[in-house]
Design a protein around this ligand. Structure first.
Ligand code: PAF
Length: 274
């Protein structure tokens, strides 16, 4: 396993390889990341994993400084998976000067997550584009857990004509249904038990839609009320058209239900396809 910390050395290492699968991460790897990496290994002989906590995608009051950083443990996990190439740049490598060139994004970036975390997708797409330019992968894998992020990256690749195939990885869940996330470790034991209700809420909405409940507005409101009664502060529960991620009114297209809500100081997101 080789760890690269600067751009010229990883470029030199990758330059003669014909097929590269890339899994960008912010580290603190859990079974969700490992599933993406295993998927990458099935698709390509060379897998590159990056670990970089990207300041650009955090608002000033968010958890950038307390975001869990566990590089040594991450490297052990990657070694066990036989990942050959890891890119762990520090901030001065990726941002040698103030990052003034940033992507301008379509209006969809200001909805859902973007409404509650202004600038988030600009930060994500800018770092992902920088990493793509450094690694130059043939394909890259993003988890469905961050559904809107996956959508934004797919749109960026399409509209900027990047020669990279974007592959979606399924969400990995704990046995009670909670989607795995590095932020789950902020939860105390009773919050951790409560947290499974986020997915239960999504399952309930899915069941209602499948059994032909057509009143999406009411379904969203009921779900918000139920979570609120359970002690959550809900940012959004939104039934969307999967192809555009815009709010859906009828079940004509494939749908996805997205949710974001706070349990005390921890913000969790999840989604379910219908
Ligand atoms: O999903 C993440 O971990 C991050 O948003 C990503 C894609 C690595 C960009 O920093």
């Amino acid at each position: 396993m080789k760890i690269f910390r600067d751009i010229p050395s990883i470029r030199a290492h990758l330059q003669n390889l014909s097929s590269i699968a890339f899994v960008p991460t912010m580290g603190n790897l859990h079974a969700g990341h490992l599933a993406l990496i295993k998927q990458a290994k099935q698709l390509s002989s060379e897998v590159v994993v990056s670990i970089f906590v990207n300041r650009l995608q955090f608002l000033p009051h968010e958890d950038f400084s307390r975001y869990p950083r566990t590089i040594e443990q991450d490297c052990l996990l990657l070694e066990e998976l036989n990942v050959n190439t890891i890119f762990i740049p520090d901030e001065k490598i990726l941002f040698p000067t103030h990052q003034e060139f940033l992507l301008a994004l379509p209006p969809i970036a200001d909805t859902l997550e973007g409404k509650f975390r202004p600038g988030f997708f600009r930060g994500v797409t800018t770092i992902v584009l920088k990493l793509f330019n450094i690694i130059q992968p043939n394909l890259a894998i993003f988890g469905k857990k961050d559904y809107q992020q996956l959508y934004m990256v797919q749109e960026m690749v399409k509209q900027l004509n990047l020669p990279i195939e974007i592959i979606a990885g399924e969400t990995v869940r704990a046995s009670d249904g909670l989607a795995l996330s590095s932020r789950n470790q902020y939860l105390d034991p009773s919050q951790r038990i409560e947290a499974s209700n986020l997915y239960q809420t999504l399952l309930h909405i899915k069941k209602e839609i499948i059994s032909n409940n057509k009143d999406f507005q009411v379904l969203q409101e009921e779900a918000t009320q139920r979570l609120t009664e359970l002690g959550w502060k809900v940012d959004y529960v939104q039934i969307c058209d999967r192809a555009s991620l815009s709010p859906a009114c009828y079940r004509i297209e494939p749908l996805v239900v997205l949710v974001a809500a706070w349990l005390a100081k921890t913000r969790l997101i999840d989604n379910i396809e219908v």
